[in-house]
Design a protein. Structure first.
Length: 118
């Protein structure tokens, strides 16, 4: 964990296959509520998709934030990204009625906020 250049408490989770990075995601604490965390930029290399890597990255992040007192994890997904929407439903995320941003992250017009308990 570190304070990143934006001033947030944050960390990355990386997935390695054969010693090479094939995926990652960024996790950061909501600076106005330490029990709320956000994650984004979940990326898995095209050749490594559909192998459970994305779920593993999110799972590792959830374990790490749970140790730091997190109660909720949020993310936002482009409403047209069917693969990501399906993944997040599989990972027990639900659509949130919340509209406020976390740490000033901007939402796109089609973005949907998802949340889950940790």
């Amino acid at each position: 964990m570190r304070r990143d250049p934006f001033g947030f408490t944050s960390f990355y989770v990386f997935a390695l296959v054969g010693g090479k990075i094939v995926g990652f995601a960024y996790f950061c604490r909501d600076e106005s509520d330490a029990a709320r965390w956000y994650y984004g930029d979940l990326i898995v290399h095209k050749k490594c998709r559909r192998r459970g890597i994305a779920a593993g990255i999110v799972g590792q992040g959830v374990r790490a934030i749970k140790e730091r007192g997190a109660m909720k994890l949020f993310t936002h997904i482009d409403g047209g990204n069917e693969a990501s929407l399906a993944l997040h439903e599989k990972l027990s995320f639900v659509r949130s009625e919340r509209k406020e941003q976390i740490n000033g992250f901007r939402l796109g017009d089609r973005d949907i906020i998802f949340e889950r308990a940790v």
